[in-house]
Design a protein around this ligand. Structure first.
Ligand code: BDP
Length: 694
């Protein structure tokens, strides 16, 4: 197998499971023929043929063993459920076992056909997981309204921070027709986990994305995705009116600029009436923005919001900003955005990366969550592993995302989690959203590493329901993607559950961050010094190792970043004795002999963590090898190779960091640990070349 079918393989179920299901799926009743309902019907027929070996007959009447796909206003629903059905949301659905003459049937109903589509994928997931479907009473509705992938795809076909080949959207070598099957798989995969929007281009946006030829391509994609309830969005360059439109300014308060955007929006909506809106990276890392014209984030975002408002579009305005100043980079987004709280138009949502710096293996949550209470905020996660080993290492990220979503901001006292601060339940915002930077490309298995498909899947599942557990999501995904063999499932699930922590341990344990190589962010380079680069792009800015110790002092005695958090978090982070050990060096600069609660010195504890990370990687390799023969040999071997690579790189990371930090600590590696296998000079002279990597 190639992995191309993702978790939608629908491989034949063992007879023991299939027999029971056949009785529940004898016929299919489909009440309407809009494209979404037909997509659901097509999916379930194809899936059941493959899972059970039989296709349910299409029927008009409900009988024992029928599956009924209907909207709550259809007469059939009123017949089956005497009191009728009340659904809370256009994407909500129910799946119910209902009595019919001489037996029972399964009703999948939504207020709209979108609910039917989502309910259909839900039922299929249960069947692939071998669950009992004989007595169902399921009510589902999404936690966030907009559940989006962000593709950092460039118009020339490359993908920024993409490790799975070229862009699927901006490929010019093949025609749209040739790529259509791939697009359909993409749409089905997204719909199966409830992802309902996609930003088709890089946040470092080319103005050219808005030219008519490119908009034609966007329209084609929108038309194909529409039955799957996926809206398209574009990242726009704030200078577009000048660069593309030929105006002499892009000042958001200039009438001609506004007219240019209005005309452009009219053109887009004429082609794509349900176009979702714009994502904007402004005045960040060299991108143009309203501040170039003496205006503010508020002016820029609200101008675009006004343009999109008549079309029901939204503006997702990113808060990933950091000025070239000497202040702590981790504090800058907060400082820059807090003054605008409550000042954005109601179709603006501020998109905030999960952590205050940049998608590190572990960061505390961004202090903007909970703090901006009068502005809808959305979390931006990174599905692609920019800082966690690209597509060569396994880091199952549901555990990281749960850590962030479940973190308590204390904004309105205990129970003010990041999830609740963004899903509308804490501050009552109507507009709610969540985004993940996609990890897919044209590689046959989509993600460059078969096991990293799980992160695409997990992002969608959590965007739908942030209360699901990482374990449950992993288990579902494994069963659908590989096999229902219980020992396979439990072994791989355990590896996945430990995987992100393993990466943290051998890369950046105890709150260290940004030790990765310059620019490509792959591999360890804690020593890098470039005289011409901004200090806060370089590792030494973050780890601050010296003879006196290591870590970034963000306590009240240092940069005071702790003050951006609510009490009692602020006090907890401020004191090294109460700061969680896994964030210790994020918030504190401590001497090498600092004693931890365990009694170990900081130096010893840090070294042990690096070694533990390597042991975890070795453990993954060993566990994986036990699974040979339980799945197809192709994927087995491909993954085996990745785990081997991961162990090598874990050792590379461990040796590089331990040996480098040892030049400051001047303390020995604890005697019972094995000796490094590399020399520091050898590691420093490694020239990592991305061209040979992808
Ligand atoms: C950083 C990436 C860079 C992105 C930037 C962003 O290194 O490629 O453009 O984030 O999110 O993590 O805008």
């Amino acid at each position: 197998e190639t992995g191309a079918d993702l978790w939608l393989r629908y491989s034949k179920l063992p007879e023991s499971m299939a027999t029971g299901y056949r009785k529940e799926a004898k016929s299919l009743v489909v009440t309407g023929n809009d494209a979404t309902q037909q997509a659901a019907a097509g999916e379930i027929r194809m899936a059941l043929r493959s899972l059970l070996g039989t296709t349910p007959t299409l029927s008009k009447g409900v009988a024992d063993g029928s599956i009924v796909l209907a909207t709550s206003s259809d007469k059939i629903v009123k017949d089956l459920i005497p009191g009728g059905l009340e659904l809370s949301d256009d994407e909500a659905y129910v799946i119910r076992t209902v009595s019919v003459k001489k037996g029972k049937a399964i009703l999948i109903a939504g207020r709209t056909t979108t609910g039917i589509l989502y309910g259909t994928f839900d039922l299929l997931r249960r069947m692939q997981n071998g669950e009992d479907i004989s007595n169902l009473d399921i009510n589902e509705q999404p936690a966030y309204k907009l559940r989006l992938l962000n593709h950092w795809d460039n118009l020339n076909g490359t993908v920024e921070r993409g490790y799975a080949g070229h862009s699927i959207f901006w490929n010019r070598e093949e025609s749209f027709e040739q790529l259509k099957d791939q697009y359909l798989t993409y749409a089905r995969a997204n719909a199966s986990v409830g992802i309902n929007g996609t930003v088709l281009n890089n946040v470092n946006a080319s103005p050219e994305v808005l030219n008519t030829e490119n908009l034609e391509r966007v329209k084609q994609l929108a038309d194909l995705f529409r039955p799957y309830n996926i809206k398209v969005y574009l990242a726009v360059n704030f200078a577009s009116p000048a660069v593309l439109g030929g105006l002499d300014t892009a000042d958001p308060l200039d009438e001609n600029v506004q007219q240019w955007w209005r005309d452009k929006a009219a053109e887009i909506y004429k082609m794509i009436p349900d176009f979702g809106g714009f994502l904007v990276k402004a005045n960040s890392e060299g991108q143009p923005g309203p501040m170039d014209f003496g205006r503010t984030h508020q002016d820029g975002a609200n101008m675009l919001a006004g343009v999109l408002k008549p079309h029901n579009g939204v503006v997702m305005w990113r808060a990933f900003v950091y000025e070239p100043t000497n202040s702590d980079r981790a504090m800058q987004a907060y400082n820059e955005f807090m003054p605008f709280d409550g000042k954005f138009a109601d179709n603006v949502i501020v998109q905030v990366k999960n952590g205050p710096v940049d998608f590190q293996p572990r960061e505390p949550f961004s202090p903007l969550f909970g703090a901006m209470q009068k502005t809808p905020l959305m979390v931006e996660f990174q599905i692609t592993l920019e800082y966690l080993g690209h597509s060569n290492q396994l880091a199952y990220l549901a555990t990281m995302w749960k850590e962030v979503l479940d973190a308590d901001t204390w904004a309105l006292g205990a129970g003010s989690s990041v999830a609740r601060a963004t899903d509308g339940s804490l501050f009552g915002n109507e507009l709610t959203a969540i985004a993940g930077v996609a990890n897919i490309g044209r590689d046959i298995n989509w993600c460059g590493h078969d096991l990293l498909q799980s992160n695409w899947y997990a992002f969608g599942r959590l965007a739908w329901n942030h209360q699901l557990s990482s374990e449950q999501i992993a288990e579902e995904w494994i069963r659908m993607t590989f096999t229902n063999d219980d020992s396979f499932v439990s072994t791989l699930e355990e590896v996945m559950m430990r995987s992100r922590e393993a990466v943290v341990s051998y890369m950046t344990p105890m709150g260290l961050h940004h030790l990765m190589g310059w620019d490509h962010h792959y591999g360890p380079e804690p020593w890098t010094d470039l005289s011409w680069a901004r200090a806060d792009w370089l590792p030494r800015y973050y780890h601050r190792a010296g003879e006196d110790g290591i870590g970034f002092d963000r306590s009240s005695k240092g940069s005071n970043a702790v003050s951006q958090y609510f009490s009692p978090l602020r006090e907890m982070y401020d004191n090294p004795a109460t700061c969680p050990e896994n964030l210790l060096l994020w918030f504190h600069h401590l001497p090498w002999d600092y004693r931890l609660a365990s009694g170990k010195t900081l130096w010893d504890a840090l070294v042990y963590k690096y070694y533990e990370g390597v042991e975890q990687a070795r453990f993954f390799q060993k566990e994986w090898d036990k699974l040979e023969g339980k799945i197809d040999q192709e994927r087995f071997e491909a993954i085996r190779y990745k785990f081997k690579q991961q162990t090598k790189e874990a050792i590379w990371w461990r040796d590089a960091c331990v040996l480098y930090f040892q030049t400051f600590s001047k303390r020995p590696i604890p005697a019972e640990l094995e000796r490094p296998v590399h020399d520091l000079d050898e590691l420093k002279s490694l020239k990592f070349d991305l061209k040979h990597h992808n």
